[in-house]
Design a protein around this ligand. Structure first.
Ligand SMILES: N[C@@H]1[C@@H](O)[C@H](O)[C@@H](COP(=O)(O)O)O[C@@H]1O
Length: 245
């Protein structure tokens, strides 16, 4: 794993966006894996700005999101489909039909998981996956204890994850208890991974990722087994990490 240190959230967002833009511009066809949460919002804002100013085109890009809440339709403002349309897709020239997110309101969720995994394989897998990290080490919605062999599957969200995401809902009770997520094995099949870590509240996770053991109790640790991972971390996440060690 390579780590790039940046000053702050703004610099992280700019650097990640520049990296994505370069890939979009130089690839004939790109399968881009995308994440939600607060961390990549600044990156998406930078992509939109660049699209407006420099006309970077996303017509040959296909995107695959990591996860979705079970029970929410794409029209629900708390769904990740809504988030992606709002934060990125509605503002660039990507074909909406080339943006894939697991459906949280499918009538047969087991089938939805199998179909999503199959879709990824049929498209030849992800070229570049953008990842955030939960403070308990979750990636996508793969909570501690998830098998490293898992494919796209249904999960029960950890109480700490529901609490962390409650800020987007009007109450904790409204946060869904289940989600559908790419599995650890799915994520590990990506050719390249960019992991974004920002803020002091992620420093413990960063520390564990860099110095802890590789095991299923800390899902992100699996990334140490991947040949091409770059962590982009800001000073706040790193400084607190250094104090601890
Ligand atoms: N499912 C998402 C993850 O994909 C995200 O990386 C993580 C961190 O979120 P944030 O960036 O808001 O800290 O938690 C969420 O629950």
């Amino acid at each position: 794993m390579k780590m790039i240190e940046v000053k702050d959230y703004q610099e992280m967002s700019k650097r990640v966006a520049e990296y994505i833009i370069e890939k979009v511009r130089t690839s004939k066809k790109l399968n881009l894996g995308l994440a939600t949460g607060g961390t990549p919002v600044g990156t998406y804002t930078n992509l939109i700005e660049d699209h407006k100013q420099n006309y970077t085109s996303y017509q040959d890009v296909t995107t695959f999101n990591l996860d979705e809440y079970v029970g929410l339709s794409g029209d629900d403002s708390n769904s990740y489909r809504y988030y992606m349309n709002d934060q990125l897709f509605d503002h660039i020239d990507i074909h909406k039909s080339n943006t894939y997110i697991p459906r949280g309101d499918a009538s047969d969720m087991q089938k939805e998981c199998l179909d999503y995994e199959k879709l990824l394989t049929e498209h030849g897998g992800i070229d570049l996956q953008i990842l955030g990290i939960g403070s308990n080490g979750h990636i996508g919605f793969n909570e501690p204890g998830t098998s490293f062999d898992s494919n796209t599957h249904l999960v029960e969200l950890a109480p700490s994850t529901r609490e962390a995401n409650a800020r987007y809902f009007s109450s904790l009770e409204e946060v869904p208890t289940k989600a559908v997520t790419m599995g650890i094995a799915t994520i590990m099949k990506s050719k390249e991974i960019l992991l974004l870590i920002s803020g002091e509240n992620k420093s413990e996770a960063l520390s564990q990722l860099l110095h802890g053991e590789v095991n299923e109790s800390f899902p992100a640790s699996v990334l140490r087994n991947h040949p091409y991972v770059t962590i982009i971390a800001d000073k706040a996440a790193i400084a607190a990490e250094k104090v601890r060690n």
